[in-house]
Design a protein around this ligand. Sequence first.
Ligand SMILES: Nc1ncnc2c1ncn2[C@@H]1O[C@H](COP(=O)(O)OP(=O)(O)OP(=O)(O)O)[C@@H](O)[C@H]1O
Ligand SMILES: [Mg+2]
Length: 402
Amino acid sequence: MKTEEQKLISEITKNQQSGKVSIAKLRTDDRVLARITDGIYRQPASALRELISNAYDADATNVIIQTDAPRFRHITVRDDGNGMDVAALARLIHHIGGSVKRRVEGATLGITGKRDPSLSPKGRRLIGKIGIGLFSVSQLTRHFQIVTKVKGNPYRLIAEVILRTYTEDTPRNMTGSKPGAGDVVETGTVRIISAPADDASAHGTEVILMDLRPQARDVLQSKEMWDLIDSGAIGIGGEKLYVRHPSYHIGQVDGSTDKVTRKPSLPWHDEDEPEVRFRSLYQSLIDEINTTEQNPRLETALDNYLRTLWTLSLSAPVDYIECHPFDLAKSPEIDLYLLKPRIRGQAKPLALSASEKVREKLGLHAPERGPSRIPFCVLIDDVQLLRSIRFFASAIPGWRIT
Ligand SMILES: Nc1ncnc2c1ncn2[C@@H]1O[C@H](COP(=O)(O)OP(=O)(O)OP(=O)(O)O)[C@@H](O)[C@H]1O
Ligand SMILES: [Mg+2]
């Protein structure tokens, strides 16, 4: 007997000529659903991080994200990675929570390397392992599209996903009976069509998040912070509280008319190149440390949008802003310590000679990009993410009341 997945593959393939829509139901294990709707994905940066990781795992060189800032009505994440064929897409639809990354089946689907399933086809060390990351976008929207194409195919696949609104009283399992661990929950519907592609050699995936949830837009627009600032000092329980105006922000739009009501104040200039823009953001944080406060906080320097960029830059496997940590050399500004896992005790200072780097001293090599070392560049609204070795306090988005 054919599995649901095999049936879907045959249907999509059959419908390819006629352009007819194939429809699939999304079903999720109750426990998996709980993980997806869990707080760990609540911040917009978490869902974007998952999409960036997927692009990385798919051997992409470039990821281009557009957030529609400062309105944030929709977000697109486009990569030039390996894309998904019909079988990979059907697998994704019917196995939420069952990633093939790190499994031998991954190679047949073009998702993992042929020799080592823990690597991507081009040899990157895979980030994904559970099979839920993509669905973390449910924190941002119930409606999204995946447009994907593999090299050589004369068509691309378009999957439109509509997630069900999940409430505590919705019957959570197929029979409508009381939910229990391991129940299968219907979480949404996917409509798939194949569309002819002009360029058969093109490849990649685009995830389009449509109609962003009002809560997600409010977070990205720092609505709560502006509301508090605009209302002046407020008292809660007799205590005077106030929120500081952030040094840099994306501006503000009117909720109903979408007109700009507060001009952005950004650390870069409009004409700056993507890399310069990020370096300016970085410099603005360094300046904040050096000038404004003894103990600067991201919350007072940046609004939620800029903090989202900063948080993402710390977790995306992009190039380092200064240098790779293994390439650090002796410097009066840096103290290096050696911490050995599994050995208790204090970290020991690491002494380097004048021309030595950490990499040479400890015989380290960073395998993350694999032997092919294909570059990985992420642009968000024309800002190129770069990783910093310096970590600024409290990367968790959320303003602070001082
Ligand atoms: N940008 C992409 N390009 C190609 N394939 C993708 C892309 N995004 C998702 N996929 C496919 O969809 C599958 C599911 O993605 P998802 O992020 O949900 O899980 P995962 O990456 O396997 O594991 P994790 O939950 O740890 O992220 C992936 O295994 C991959 O096959
Ligand atoms: Mg993933």
